[in-house]
Design a protein around this ligand. Structure first.
Ligand SMILES: Cc1cc2nc3c(=O)[nH]c(=O)nc-3n(C[C@H](O)[C@H](O)[C@H](O)COP(=O)(O)OP(=O)(O)OC[C@H]3O[C@@H](n4cnc5c(N)ncnc54)[C@H](O)[C@@H]3O)c2cc1C
Length: 331
């Protein structure tokens, strides 16, 4: 069968804050079927895994999902280029590349997203030398409203490529993607906590001397959790038992339980936050495959917002942000 279709499809995003009924829902398996759907409907929207928090996948006509359109098409080892159908999930890419001794150049904190969804929303990982996932794309094809297929190549048609690569699904259906990949690598992960003010003093050094640097601050706690990932070819030394205990038991069961109690009894949140950060007092120091370090355990349902600002303003912005949260909570 080339298309699975459904009427009155109930869409619910990952966080559950976006829900509606799409009159038509399709899961095509071939490009011909995909083009046929696009030509049949006046309006279509795409949905990948539905992990976006915004109302990006709403339509009063047809919703298309590419979960069945996810094959690897070609691997060019010499050029380090991989061509895939755009519905492939990042975790499927990680698994496939791992079997080939290869890897994605950079990743965000989860891998459930579809490649097309991650590219179309400028999904990013960390690292001052590394850019958003879309920056790794060399070429992609777009099915336009009339069903025609447009190929955009970063070198051959730079202007249109740059205009169309991060489209929030508004310019057509991304159908095939050719992405730059690299030799498999591992990450030396040092995760630990540091006093917030000390971190501010050392921020420039931490950002510029670490391949992939990120921080998590839990409100009302003086310490902040720092993640320093350094790219390495050294052998992995992390234990699967530790990963299971941390990623499945502690991070999922215990953390979700604390969030649940915190929602019932908000006055306990500062204490829980302090306890969570205390657990990072003994630093994590391990070497593991890149994607296993980049990707964190399944987090509890939450909503996120993002702000971008110049690194030169970071200290001022972060201090003001902490002050604002502390003051508002106290009042
Ligand atoms: C727990 C969690 C962790 C996250 N971590 C990170 C992170 O570390 N870094 C980060 O930057 N983001 C992160 N995100 C955000 C996430 O990466 C983006 O919302 C991403 O778009 C989700 O991919 P998706 O496949 O679910 O896309 P969807 O949410 O389904 O769709 C996103 C957009 O892509 C469009 N789209 C989907 N498929 C196509 C297609 N074939 N052609 C054209 N347009 C298409 C849709 O129309 C929509 O506009 C996280 C989200 C969650 C829930």
């Amino acid at each position: 069968m080339a298309i699975i279709s459904q009427r009155a499809y109930r869409f619910r995003n990952w966080a559950g804050n976006q829900q509606y009924t799409a009159p038509h829902y399709y899961q095509p398996e071939t490009e011909a079927a995909l083009i046929e759907i696009v030509k049949t409907h006046r309006k279509v929207r795409m949905v990948g895994t539905g992990h976006s928090w915004s109302a990006l996948c709403h339509t009063d006509e047809a919703l298309i999902n590419l979960d069945l359109y996810n094959r690897v098409i070609a691997l060019d080892r010499d050029q380090k280029l991989l061509t895939v159908k755009a519905g492939i999930k990042l975790w499927q890419l990680n698994d496939y590349l791992d079997t080939q001794g290869l890897a994605l150049i950079n990743l965000g904190s989860i891998a459930q997203q579809s490649l097309a969804g991650a590219i179309s929303t400028a999904t990013h990982g960390s690292g001052i030398q590394y850019r958003v996932l879309a920056s790794q794309v060399q070429r992609f094809t777009l099915i336009q409203a009339d069903g025609s297929v447009l190929t955009l190549d970063r070198d051959a048609d730079k202007e249109n490529f740059d205009l169309a690569i991060i489209s929030l699904g508004a310019l057509g259906v991304v159908s095939e993607v050719t992405i730059h990949i690299c030799e498999a690598f591992r990450l030396h992960d040092r995760t630990y906590s540091m006093d917030f003010d000390e971190m501010l003093g050392r921020l420039d050094e931490l950002v510029t001397t670490t391949d992939h640097f990120k921080m998590w601050w839990f409100p009302h706690v003086d310490d902040i959790v720092l993640y320093q990932y350094q790219r390495t070819t050294a052998t992995a030394n992390d234990s699967r038992l530790r990963q299971w205990l941390m990623d499945e038991v502690l991070s999922v069961l215990v953390y979700r339980f604390l969030v649940w109690i915190g929602n019932l009894l908000p006055s306990l949140r500062p204490t829980f936050n302090k306890l969570l950060v205390l657990s990072f007092r003994s630093p994590l120091d391990r070497i593991e495959k890149s994607y296993r370090v980049f990707n964190v355990a399944d987090p509890p349902i939450h909503r996120e917002a993002e702000w971008a600002f110049d690194l030169r303003d970071a200290k001022e912005v972060l201090s003001a942000y902490r002050k604002m949260i502390d003051e508002r909570s106290a009042s």
